[in-house]
Design a protein around this ligand. Sequence first.
Ligand code: ADP
Length: 469
Amino acid sequence: MLISGQNITASSLLKAIVVASLPALVVLATLTLINALDFAYFICGYLAVAALCGLYVLPLLSNMTSLTRYVSDLAHDKRTRAPDLRFLSNFAALSDAFARLQRTWDRQKQEMETVITEREILVDTLPDILIMTNQDTIIVRTNRAARAIFGQNLAGRRLLEIIPSPKLKQAVAIVLEDFRGQQVEFFLDEPINRDFQAIIERFPIPSEGGISLVITLNDITEQKRIQRMRADFVANASHEIRTPLASIIGFVETLRGPAKDDPKARDEFLKVMAEQAERMSKLVNDLLSLSKIEMNAHNTPTGKVDMARMVRAEKQHFEWALKQKNVTVRMKAADNLPFVRGDESELAQVVRNLLSNAIKYTNSDSEVTMSLRLVSDLPADPSMRNLSRAMLFSVKDQGEGIPKEHLPRLTERFYRVDSARTRKVGGTGLGLAIVKHVLARHHGVLTIDSEVGKGSVFNVYLPLYEEEG
Ligand code: ADP
């Protein structure tokens, strides 16, 4: 039975009263035994003492129960309020000690919560993906980057179910078996197409939360792409140089041997060798230009360029090629066009490469048109976003045109629509790659319109000198 509101049982109250009244009971019993006190007085006396003890013991027991509950709550890490110890607070030292205990507990709890919150924020804001699993590779904890890619409810799922990579599986098995941290790279096609580098480590201390493995995934897609591009580039460049070189070596051997005394063959071979040497030299020059532009990729040029004057000057260099194919170049430019912001020699290279292509690929006896004008209808490209106007330089030819499927890849290094034909007209396959890189550095844009059988238009949009301040 509970004494109402106090959480005290009748038996515990009774026990406490008996204990508290025990000395009085002994005295009264002794007096009764030596006949100094009547038995009826013994009974009345003891009941009076027991009642008085009850009045004293009840609030004491009630305070002790509250105190027990309070200490138990603290032990179970439950936030609680200091109990109302009205009876015990008569003992000043005890109530002071409780007030201090409560303050210390509150402060430490607060500190611990702050540390935990800070750690969670830290883990969450890490850009790398972090996944922690138990001994059975069941996910225990993840960070925000992991959840953003693999979904929200990861806890409780198997690591290899969300990342089904045989390489990761093998590395995890090694770490679980002989505690050696592992590093592996793998490609994932689900849920996203990315290359990852995973670092798998054992959790260094026994963990209450059951964490056994810590797996960090680093997205290395871009690194891999650059590696592949570099390898492709070296292979392509070597191939491009090896072809004319092999041809020159072949001719040299023929000239030293079978054609030694044949002046006609010698003249012909020397002509081809000169062409091949010229091709190699063009290739090396283009490669050097490309690497120079790439080295400066992050410095926006600040010069003032008069495009109309520069384009006219560049046109002069093609007189001979124009005569050979009987091609006319027309130039349309408004008067008093504003300056563009840029590096004149690099922009001249853009004009030269586009004009040279137009002449190379236009039909004989046709016309190439270059035009320069100010436009406010700009392509939807991030570099044009803040501009209201730009200079548009376009080159239009009357050649065979380019099938649509080739257009997105045209500015890749060594990409050619028709390799045999391009080599015949002396292309290196780097001209448009150079144009793209120069424009990127100038915050310019290249667009290509082409129709098979009709010809192509290459449009270059450049920011004006004054627009960019
Ligand atoms: P190349 O030195 O081989 O001309 P580019 O990078 O300048 O290299 O051009 C890449 C490819 O784009 C060319 O090989 C050619 O197939 C195609 N191309 C470029 N300009 C034109 C054009 N005006 N008309 C048709 N095809 C073109």
